[in-house]
Every structure is written in C-alpha cells, then in structure tokens.
Ligand binder design. Structure first.
Ligand SMILES: [Zn+2]
Length: 467
C-alpha cells in the first residue's frame, strides 16, 4: 500500500438557493406535486427564450471569491448536447471554456501544515428534470414498469465546482468536502445537504507509484450521498486499482456506482468525452459580464470562512487542531446547549471530528458545561475532557473541579523569577518588542505544567513588565 499513491480530483454539484429557476421565472419548490412549476422555457417549447438569474450569478461569484478564483469579466454559456428524457431541449445550458470562476486555491487546515487544493473552475448550469422510476429502475417497455418525469427540478440553478487532482487520500478528499460544504453553507448560497441531494460529489480516482511523473488511467465514482460513503467508495476504488496493477492488468476508464451497503462498485456506461457533447456557445444568451460593483458587493458579503476561523481559533484558544472538521450534528448541539452557542460550535469544529468523536454521541448539556468553564480550566484538562466527551455516560463535573491557577499570590513570585532569569528579553520587550510577551507566557505555562490561566498570566506579565 505504501508504494502506491492515490490521485483524486472532485466534481461537486451544488443546488443554489434562489427563489426562481436559472433561466425562467418558475419557483424552485421540490415539495409540491410533480410538474406544478413549469413554463414554456423549462419545458423547451419552441421559441421560448432563456433569461439568466442574477442571484445565481451573484452566488457563483461569491463562491468563486471564497475559493480564491479568478472571476471572469466576460463569461459564456454553452450548450451541452445530449438526449435524455429528463432533458427536453436535447441540450443543457452550461459553461465550457469561459466559466464565471477560473483557477483558484482552497486551503484546508491540517495538522502539520495547510493543504492547498487547486480549483480548476466553478461554473453555472441548469439541472435536469427528475426521472421517477415506477416499478423498477429503468422501466420495461410493454410491461407495467415505467418512468415518470418531474420537471419541477428541470432548469433549477446548479453550481459545479471542479478541483485539480491534488488530493492524495480518501480522508483528505472527505476533509476537503466537509470544509467546502461548511463554506458553502456559511456563504448562504445553498443548504448543501447531501441527504437531500442539494450537494452531490463525483470523484475521479487513479493511483500511481510514489514519485512517478504523470497520471495513470482514472475512473469515476458517481453520486455518493454522504461523506462517509464517499470516503469508503474512494478507498474501495483505490484498493481495486492497486489490485489490478499489481496483478499485471490495466485499469480501464469507466464510471462506477458505489453501493455503501455491500461495498460493491458497479460499472456504468463508458465515459463520454467533451467532444461527444458538441459544446457550442448558447446563441440565445449574451455573455455574462459581472461588473466591478457586483463583484465588490459579493466580496463584501463573504464572511470569515471556516478554514480561516479554524486557524484563528487554534491560535486564540490554543486548541490542538487535530484532523477534521465537524459539520453534521453541530446544529443539534447548538439547539440543545444553553449559553455560549458559538463557542460550542467552534469547539466542535476544532476538536470532535479530529479526535474521531461522533458529534451525535456527545451530550450537548455536558459539553456546554465544559465550554462555559473553558476560561477557568487548565488547557490540558480541557483538551482531555473534550477528547472523552463522546464516551458513554460522560460527565463534565470531575473536570470542572480542576480549576486553573489564577491566584496572583501563586503566579506573582513565579513570574518574578522568570523575569529575573531573562533580563535580555525583558529589556527587549520594554524596548518595543511586544512579540516577546508570548515567550514569557510560554515560560509560565511550562513552569506550571499548563495549569496557569493564560488570561491571568497575560495581565500579570503586562503589569510587571510595564513597571
Ligand atoms: Zn419555467
């Protein structure tokens, strides 16, 4: 296993949160009876003309900015031609060689250094209608089984994000997707719920020998509907490919469905190439030219993003950013935990998943007590309590008893000793090197075995260094 290196790229589809469809005024509602939100445009009546949805364009620009993408000053819509019953026009309006968002980089915080994942592009397109198979998938001509088509979904706005093949393990790909999902949700452009199909991910997977230049043949995994399925599906495909190569065979380019229940990979049709779709510029639409005003408005609406927040909190709270991010379960804990909700969510983001804790197993009330007492607990005690918080029957009380050292009577003499032992640093600090405060705090922490309260130490140090 160690001599083989997985190479993974992802294609993510996100349903954008808009009131109306991508190119017509039909409302986007999935819960209503089939075919109750249709019009000549999304049913492809002859002569009907598309009009682009401005909000969908703004959402896409916002995401592009969050992913560090170049925003096109002039983007084009293309027709992607193919026949399928859920696609009445015989083509899908998508973007091809001039997408709204060009190259970018998405940074995923990881222990031991950030991971940079190249973004190839992010573009807008319309979704197909929904085939509803009655009495068996695919239907049977002449039999009782058949397929209905619900056009409520036809023409709804979809954002497609394509990454470079920069991911090197199934876990890395999962972590990337979780952070991307969280980013999308916080941007407010989609609910991005895999279970509801508003976020879908396909993976391109290949393997190569470590140190090998170039890429080997890749396969595609389609329509995986949870983060865990995705990771398991990719892992299964990685192992299958290694097996093929090691047996002297060749990996063939094909598309698989992953069945999470059986762990089986089922091959699908062979993959079409771009030329098969005969892309050409959509003659019914003018180019999209997002002006400076639109871009600046979108930029101003981008909040602090989860990746940035993780790094900031790691520094502020001195958390050990382990490996992972929690997304699911966060809202549930939010709802159940009184007090400092944001802090609870942040703790979850930073700590739980990275330690392999299932957020659903955590008692929100107990965790809330811990978070509430965070400032007065020694950091090693707090970290240990968080690590145990998913255990059955976990109680916060025993940890809450270990209060941090804030007593000036205890800390004062210790700080005096440390300052006396480092006259050079003291002089430099007084000469304006503010950064040295961290050095002194570090010394106090070391001497107290991490039990000192950092806020008290900070205050006391500043007072003593000023005097
Ligand atoms: Zn319509």
């Amino acid at each position: 296993m160690t001599e083989w290196e997985p190479v993974i790229g992802l294609e993510i589809h996100v349903h954008l949160k808009t009131r109306t469809k991508m190119f017509c005024a039909c409302e986007v509602v999935y819960s209503d009876p089939p075919n109750s939100h249709t019009c000549p445009v999304c049913l492809a009546h002859p002569g009907a003309l598309p009009v682009p949805n401005l909000l969908a364009i703004e959402h896409t620009v916002k995401l592009g900015l969050a992913l560090g993408c170049e925003i096109a000053t002039r983007a084009l819509f293309h027709r992607k031609n193919y026949f399928y019953p859920d696609n009445p026009k015989g083509y899908q309006i998508s973007q091809y060689d001039v997408p709204l968002c060009g190259r970018g980089v998405f940074v995923v915080p990881k222990p031991g250094g950030d991971q940079q994942v190249g973004i190839t592009r992010a573009h807008l397109e319309e979704d197909a209608a929904k085939n509803v198979h009655i009495g068996g998938a695919g239907g049977r001509i002449g039999g009782s089984a058949h397929t209905n088509v619900d056009f409520n979904r036809g023409g709804t706005p979809l954002l497609e994000i394509v990454t470079e093949p920069d991911l090197r393990s199934a876990d890395d790909a999962k972590r990337f997707l979780q952070l991307l999902r969280q980013t999308i949700v916080e941007l407010g452009i989609s609910d991005a719920e895999m279970e509801k199909g508003t976020l879908r991910a396909d993976a391109n997977v290949s393997v190569r020998k470590r140190g090998e230049a170039g890429y080997r043949t890749r396969t595609e995994l389609k329509n995986m509907n949870s983060f865990n399925f995705i990771a398991r599906g990719m892992q299964a495909e990685i192992e299958r490919q290694i097996g093929v190569w090691e047996a002297g065979g060749e990996v063939v380019q094909q598309t698989f469905d992953f069945d999470a229940a059986s762990g089986a990979l089922t091959p699908r049709r062979s993959k079409e190439e771009a030329e098969d779709y005969r892309y050409f510029p959509e003659p019914d639409l003018v180019p999209v030219e997002p002006g400076d005003q639109l871009v600046e408005r979108a930029r101003a609406a981008v909040p602090e993003l989860p990746g940035t927040r993780l790094r900031r909190l790691e520094a502020e709270l001195d958390f050990d950013l382990a490996e992972g991010l929690v997304t699911s379960g966060r809202d549930r804990l939010y709802a159940r935990t009184p007090g400092d909700r944001r802090a609870v969510a942040n703790v979850l983001m930073n700590e739980l998943a990275g330690k392999g804790i299932d957020p659903e197993a955590v008692d929100g009330d107990e965790l809330g007590k811990l978070v509430g007492a965070r400032a007065s607990l020694p950091r090693p005690v707090f970290a240990e309590a968080i690590a145990r918080s998913g255990d059955e029957g976990f109680r916060a009380e025993p940890y809450l008893a270990e209060v941090a050292v804030t007593d000036v009577g205890e800390l004062g003499p210790l700080i005096d000793t440390i300052l006396a032992a480092n006259p050079g640093q003291v002089a430099a600090f007084r000469g304006g090197k503010d950064g040295l405060l961290g050095f002194f705090v570090g010394q106090v922490m070391k001497e107290t075995g991490g039990k000192a309260d950092p806020r008290a130490v900070n205050e006391l140090l500043r007072a003593k260094l000023a005097g």
